[in-house]
Design a protein around this ligand. Structure first.
Ligand code: FAD
Length: 340
């Protein structure tokens, strides 16, 4: 692996000032050569070091975020939770408040990857990991996301790719936690080099290829995710995360779904249904949500909503099988959430 300098700042602003670019921007070039002057942020390092070992990144310097105090805490604020980006997936999955009130997030975090990886992988890094598309991760393929002019998935091996919103690039968003966070209307706090903060909903943070084919989110160079905010859920909220994997092993899901229902007297007051591994960003199944809202929950209605979750799907040559998986996952999740 390429040699690099190591920097371990104690403060957010000094870390932000040291970062010259983002990982996504460092991988974009005219001829497929990564930026070898880049100074990049590192949390657990699982995705970052993977990309470096694959020769897709060649940074001059890594900026370790793990010595910055305070980024590893989960705090209760105004009935909701403020989660530091350095909280690991295993801490998140084990946290009592997350398990009790944000069950879909605890399930998404607790069933991602393997116990060893969850022990090191941070929530911030999970949201910002790069997609698993084998063309993106192959040095032999200079795809659109890396500055080339072809998305090889369209005419290639697209069995794990997107069935929605894939104009120009067919990646699926890799973060399982993001699926659950969107269902809870979570927000990110992002801090820049001068200490200025901006807030953005997790849903709006992620970009579709139509908006920018070179990156998955709106993070700019020198910005650090400093908190993930979960607003207080109503007493009547019930949530669940379900997924389907190719094998019973530790791997990214072929399809996953997070549902959050607010139910009073058997009537669905609000529904959030989010599909993961379906699109280049977590995919909100709006037609399914609309089918449930204001209606009395029952099996027939849930079947209709699960079918509606596929509205707008445009499968590629080898991933039509995902349609039936998503319909089944959404139906199961809604039935379980309605019964809980
Ligand atoms: C075998 C295997 C199976 C996996 N299965 C799953 C799965 O099922 N679901 C799933 O979601 N993931 C899965 N993963 C991915 C894993 O969860 C992520 O790689 C990990 O969460 C990344 O976190 P990290 O702390 O190591 O991030 P890093 O590798 O350190 O960083 C990742 C990116 O985030 C940026 N970054 C990190 N923190 C911040 C911050 N606070 N502000 C700004 N930028 C930041 C870095 O610059 C980098 O671009 C799997 C990984 C493996 C190896």
């Amino acid at each position: 692996m390429h040699a690099f300098e190591w920097m371990s700042p104690q403060g957010i602003e000094s870390a932000a000032r040291a970062a010259t670019t983002t990982v996504a921007a460092a991988m974009v070039s005219e001829r497929g050569e990564p930026d070898d002057e880049a100074a990049l942020l590192k949390a657990g390092g699982i995705d970052l070091l993977d990309l470096m070992k694959e020769g897709l990144l060649r940074p001059r310097r890594l900026i370790n975020l793990r010595d910055i105090a305070g980024l590893e805490r989960i705090e209760e604020v105004d009935g909701g939770l403020r989660i530091g980006p350095n909280v690991t997936l295993s801490q998140l999955a084990a946290h009592e408040q997350v398990r009790m009130r944000f069950r879909a997030l605890a399930e998404a975090a607790g069933t991602s990857a393997s116990p060893q990886i969850r022990h090191l992988a941070t929530l911030g890094g999970n949201l910002l990991q790069r997609p698993r598309c084998w063309y993106l991760r192959s040095r032999a393929h200079h795809c659109t996301r890396k500055g080339g002019d072809t998305c090889f998935a369209f005419d290639g091996e697209n069995q794990y790719h997107a069935i929605f919103d894939h104009k120009g690039c067919a990646i699926v968003h890799p973060s399982t936690c993001a699926t659950a966070l969107v269902a809870f209307d979570a927000r990110l706090e992002i801090t820049g080099p001068a200490g200025t903060r901006r807030g953005v909903s997790v849903e709006d943070f992620f970009l579709l290829p139509e908006a920018d084919v070179h990156r998955e989110n709106t993070l700019a160079a020198g910005e650090i995710v400093t908190a993930i905010w979960l607003p207080a859920p109503p007493e009547t909220a019930r949530s669940l995360h379900v997924k389907h994997c190719q094998t019973e092993s530790f791997d990214w899901p072929l399809a996953d779904a997070a549902v959050m229902l607010e139910v009073a007297d058997g009537i669905c007051r609000k529904a959030a249904i989010v599909l993961g591994a379906a699109a280049p960003a977590p995919h909100r199944a709006r037609a399914a949500e609309a089918a449930l809202t204001g209606q009395r929950l029952g099996e027939a209605l849930i079947r209709t909503a699960a079918r509606a979750a596929l509205q707008g799907a445009a499968p590629l040559s080898k991933n039509g099988y995902k349609l039936v998986i998503f319909e089944t996952l959404v139906r199961r999740a809604l039935l379980a959430a309605a019964a809980s």
